[in-house]
Design a protein around this ligand. Structure first.
Ligand SMILES: Cc1cc2nc3c(=O)[nH]c(=O)nc-3n(C[C@H](O)[C@H](O)[C@H](O)COP(=O)(O)O)c2cc1C
Length: 191
């Protein structure tokens, strides 16, 4: 039986070779406390053998991860005309792994992770100019290590749907994969 996670890995690899800017990205949809949908683009990372996302724990999305048993993750690869829709459980990544990965972040994201300690991500600020000044003026710890709020979540896909668009008169290829007792069950879907 096909493993959709292996299929996704192979497709992302092909997309990277085609310089597809979406090859390293996904969209993660959550549910707000008010029951509204919320979605944003995140970098989709390979964390060991698993997929994961790196975030800051002060951001609303992390609280929203707790509002539903799963998050919906979308991977769109325009270079392959392929779409993956994944229903994923989220599991915190070992903080030591997050701290190691954090060291490879560029300077500004590192600075922002420290900035979020006093000014949570996604909260309003007086103005962009005031924000630039406050961010530039932030004193960083020496040596520079990740704050506690730097976080990562591994994605545990429970259901995956793959759609590959076909040209012209050919039928699109749409399949659903559901995890049952540790095995992926494949079914064809009407595209
Ligand atoms: C191309 C791209 C990549 C992004 N990657 C990340 C990421 O890996 N982690 C992250 O927290 N935010 C990332 N963002 C920003 C998020 O989309 C979002 O604006 C931010 O995390 C705040 O989201 P929230 O208010 O839902 O918490 C990325 C945005 C873009 C456009």
């Amino acid at each position: 039986m096909a493993d959709p996670i292996a299929l996704l890995a192979a497709d992302r690899h092909r997309a990277r070779e085609l310089a597809d800017p979406w090859a390293s990205l996904c969209a993660v949809a959550t549910v707000t406390a008010a029951g509204e949908p919320a979605v944003r683009v995140l970098v989709l990372r390979d964390v060991g053998a698993r997929l994961g996302v790196f975030v800051n724990a002060t951001s609303p999305k992390v609280a929203e991860f707790g509002n539903a048993p799963t998050a919906a993750v979308l991977v769109y690869l325009p270079s392959l005309s392929a779409q993956y829709r994944l229903q994923c459980g989220l599991e915190p990544i070992d903080p030591a792994v997050v701290r190691d990965a954090w060291q490879f972040r560029p300077a500004m994201p590192k600075r922002m992770d420290w900035f979020y300690e006093a000014h949570p991500q996604s909260t309003p600020f007086a103005s962009r100019d005031a924000l630039l000044e406050a961010v530039a003026g932030l004193a960083l710890p020496e040596p520079l290590t990740a704050p506690e709020s730097a976080a990562g979540f591994a994605l545990n896909p429970l259901e995956v749907e793959r759609l590959e668009l076909a040209d012209g008169d050919t039928l699109h290829d749409r399949r659903r994969y559901a995890l049952r007792d540790g095995q992926w069950e494949e079914s064809a879907l009407v595209p």
